[in-house]
Design a protein around this ligand. Structure first.
Ligand code: AMP
Length: 282
């Protein structure tokens, strides 16, 4: 496995592969890798000649400095996992390599960032858009792999690709969960023992909303039921719980048979911010 921290060198290495007709699959991450990330690496490995994973904790997408400071960093362990997963190339740039100076560009994703993560994390998607555009320009992959865990991010990246005509195919894979239903996240390492114990209530609440809607219940009542479940824990505080149309990710007050629905949630679990979602057809 080749590890690069320098843009010029990784470009030269990948350009030679491209010239030899090799296809490139790319998995961008912020590290502290778990099975959710590794399924993306495995998929990339299966569908491309060469798999590249980046590990970069991107400061411009953090609207909360505490969150950035405490974001888990486990590079040695990550490299071991990537080697075992069949990753061929890892890009681990330093901050100065990615941002020799602060970017002056500002990307506004319009209606896509009015709700949920966009609303609650001002500037977050601008940071995501800039770093992903930079990484696409450095790696120039044929396919890029993202997780449904960050559902709104997937919509943002789709728009980035469309608006800038970036020649990459976006591939999205489902959420990988712990045995008790908690969506895997790098931030789970930071949960207190008590918060980790209560955190599966998040998925339980999502499942209740789904079942309630499938049984013909209305959106407002379904959310009340979910909030009631989450109120069983004094450690969980809900930032948002939104029922949306999966294709627009806009919140809806009523659902109809035939709709594809995405229930999205953000919760603070004893100070650690967790997100999750559930996609289904009515
Ligand atoms: P991150 O390192 O959190 O930026 O995540 C890197 C990629 O892995 C993103 O596309 C995430 O959506 C994806 N990812 C993170 N957690 C999961 C999970 N539990 N299941 C599926 N994909 C995930």
């Amino acid at each position: 496995m080749q590890v690069f921290d320098n843009i010029r060198e990784i470009r030269a290495y990948l350009s030679a592969l491209r010239c030899n007709g090799k296809t490139l699959g790319f998995v961008p991450t912020m590290g502290a890798l778990h099975a959710g990330h590794l399924q993306l690496v495995a998929a990339a490995d299966k569908e491309n000649d060469c798999t590249i994973c980046s590990i970069f904790v991107n400061p411009t997408q953090f609207n909360n400095q505490e969150d950035l400071i405490h974001y888990p960093r486990t590079l040695e362990d990550d490299l071991e996992k990537l080697k075992d997963a069949g990753c061929a190339v890892v890009f681990v740039p330093k901050l100065e390599e990615m941002y020799p100076k602060a970017p002056s560009i500002n990307i506004n994703f319009g209606d896509l960032e009015l709700e949920m993560e966009g609303e609650h994390r001002p500037g977050h998607f601008n940071g995501v858009g800039i770093v992903v555009a930079k990484l696409f320009n450095i790696i120039m992959p044929d396919k890029a792999y993202f997780g449904q865990k960050d559902l709104q991010q997937v919509a943002i990246i789709k728009r980035l690709i469309d608006d800038f005509s970036i020649p990459v195919n976006l591939v999205c894979h489902p959420i990988v969960r712990e045995h008790d239903g908690l969506a895997m996240s790098s931030r789970n390492i930071r949960l207190s023992r008590a918060a980790r114990k209560d955190a599966p209530l998040i998925f339980k609440a999502l499942l209740h909303v789904k079942d309630f809607l499938l049984a013909g219940g209305d959106v407002t009542k379904s959310k009340e039921v979910a909030l009631d479940i989450l109120s069983d824990s004094t450690l969980l505080s809900v930032e948002y719980l939104t029922v949306t149309h999966a294709d627009t990710l806009k919140s809806i007050g009523t659902v109809n048979v035939g709709d594809t629905v995405a229930i999205c949630i953000a919760v603070r679990a004893d100070g650690v911010r967790l997100i999750d979602n559930l996609l289904f057809n009515l």
